[in-house]
Design a protein around this ligand. Structure first.
Ligand code: ADP
Length: 205
């Protein structure tokens, strides 16, 4: 199973991705996590990305595309993967199309987590409070100024992907304002429907 989770920062992509990892035994591929590890490891690419991320801006497409291409070629991604935080721009989505085409792979679904923007700041504040309580290191971009930038980047550069995948017919929208478990159930329903549709298409061939 190969999926994309689409939605603004704080929409719950990471939370839902970890549920799906457990349920379907596929890997979660979060470009935010991959970039943060590269930054922590102090690689040249990581250090360059670190400053951009702290400002809440998007890392250049070529860097991110290269990281994803390398990651989905790893053996553990053979069974499938969930892309969380990628693609984030139309050129990234086009690069992903080419990558999958070369590997003769298809996407099973693109799931948009639809949320009301007013709740996002509250969710990020909650994440900061929880991380502080656990004594975890805070993300450099979990502050009001960077969040504002991240939302702006989402609106300008990522939201157009909803039309991009809508036109292709692969987009499914789930209400991300519901409780975590209900969102998970809604996603599972979408995936079951996709599987049935896939089986029907296969049988008709
Ligand atoms: P969130 O979805 O909560 O904003 P992420 O962990 O997905 O957080 O991303 C954090 C930052 O990492 C982004 O603001 C951006 O700088 C960088 N980043 C992650 N994925 C991408 C991507 N696909 N393209 C460009 N930059 C990215």
């Amino acid at each position: 199973m190969r999926l994309i989770l689409l939605g603004p920062p704080g929409a719950g992509k990471g939370t839902q991705a970890s549920n799906l990892v457990k349920k379907y035994g596929i890997v979660q591929l979060s470009t935010g996590d991959l970039l943060r590890s590269a930054a922590a490891a102090g690689t040249p690419v990581g250090l360059h990305a670190k400053e951009i991320m702290a400002r809440g801006e998007l890392v250049p497409d070529d860097i991110v595309v290269e990281i994803v291409a390398a990651r989905i070629s790893q053996p553990d991604a053979k069974n499938g993967f969930i892309l969380d935080g990628f693609p984030r721009t139309v050129p990234q989505a086009e690069a992903l199309d080419h990558m999958l085409h070369r590997k003769k792979l298809d996407l099973d679904a693109v799931i948009e987590l639809k949320v009301d923007e007013t709740i996002l700041l509250k969710r990020i504040e909650k994440r900061v409070a929880e991380m502080t309580a656990r004594g975890d290191a805070l993300r450099a971009d979990d502050n009001a100024a960077a969040l504002h930038k991240r939302l702006e980047a989402y609106r300008a550069q990522t939201a157009p992907l909803i039309a991009f995948y809508g036109d292709k017919g692969t987009l499914r929208t789930v209400d991300g304002m519901a409780e975590i478990d209900d969102v998970a159930k809604a996603i599972e329903r979408v995936l079951a429907e996709q599987e049935q549709a896939g089986a029907r298409a296969h049988a008709a061939r």
